[in-house]
Design a protein around this ligand. Structure first.
Ligand code: IMP
Ligand code: MG
Length: 176
């Protein structure tokens, strides 16, 4: 695949699949008998949430929220806009946010504060990746795929200017 050749692999498709299976089993165990909503943050989480949902053998609902951060493309400003809102209320539901990556944490801070005003029964965060070196605010991560160093990564849903989302592994651009 030509696209993949532009990347240096950081986390293989097999490593991702193993970890997503683990996360699914943990969530399955923790949400027995609860009214669970998986809430994907668009667009970066679209592949992760589809694999994760299939690793959870429980009745659950799936919804999405679109968020965009004003400011430079590679640096979160903390000023966040909802570009597409949830399709259903989450009042009294147990919500697990499904995110691609927590970087500065500013996007997640905004989302957690926003969701709290909708009175869910609980909110937890499942993120595939975390770059702790860049944290600007402390975000409690309940389910973590991989902690990574401070490099710009793409693939498995994550993009650079909308490119590389469809690469099946997580990698770093060889040039750029
Ligand atoms: P934060 O607000 O700085 O935590 O970053 C939020 C968003 O920036 C993430 O949900 C991603 O969509 C994007 N982002 C941060 N780091 C990366 C990266 O290394 N690759 C691709 N997208 C990233
Ligand atoms: Mg994101």
């Amino acid at each position: 695949m030509k696209l993949a050749q532009e990347l240096e692999s950081m986390i293989s498709a097999e490593q991702i699949a193993d970890r997503v299976g683990d996360l699914g089993r943990q969530i399955e165990r923790d949400y027995q008998g609860k009214d669970l909503v998986l809430l994907g943050v668009l667009k970066g989480s679209y592949i992760f949430i589809s694999d994760l949902a299939r690793a959870i053998d429980l009745p659950l609902a799936i919804d999405f929220i679109g968020l965009s951060s004003y400011g430079e493309a590679t640096e979160s400003s903390g000023v966040v806009k909802i570009t597409s809102d949830l399709s259903r209320p989450i009042e009294d539901k147990h919500v697990v946010i499904v995110e691609d990556i927590v970087d500065t944490g500013l996007t997640m801070r905004y989302l957690l504060d926003n969701l709290a005003t909708r009175h869910p029964a609980s909110v937890k965060l499942c993120t595939l990746l975390h770059k702790p070196g860049r944290a600007r605010t402390r975000i409690p991560i309940d389910y973590l795929g991989f902690q990574i160093e401070d490099r710009f990564v793409v693939g498995y849903g994550l993009d650079a200017n909308e490119k590389y989302r469809n690469v099946p592994f997580i990698g770093v651009l060889k040039h750029g």
